[in-house]
Design a protein around this ligand. Structure first.
Ligand code: ZN
Length: 103
């Protein structure tokens, strides 16, 4: 069983609207596997869609691919029981960004 002790923060590159509408969930915390993304869904990683290594998880082999469309943080070691993955939305920031369309 691969170690599930590291996470990265992934932010979709979108310079025009970093707080784009919440439903697009442009920021997420994902599991990071220093020895490679596991071929099967890691225990505790609940996602409705089919698990895809290198698409739902991050490792040294796929970080360059992720980086083409996302900003990827350095890995952080997290304590139990940190959730494997979280998606962050920007509802308040988006609604309060009155400058975006006026500039
Ligand atoms: Zn990977």
């Amino acid at each position: 069983m691969p170690d599930l002790q590291q996470r990265v923060l992934i932010i979709l590159r979108d310079a025009d609207a970093p707080t784009r509408p919440a439903e697009l969930a442009s920021t997420q915390m994902a599991p990071y596997f220093p020895d490679g993304c596991p071929p099967t869904r890691p225990a505790g990683l609940a996602r409705p869609a089919h698990y895809q290594p290198h698409a739902d998880t991050v490792c040294p082999a796929c970080i360059a691919s992720w980086s083409s469309h996302h900003v990827v943080s350095d890995p952080a070691t997290v304590p139990d029981p940190t959730p494997p993955a979280l998606r962050f939305t920007w509802t308040t920031a988006w609604e309060n960004d009155h400058t975006a369309l006026d500039d």
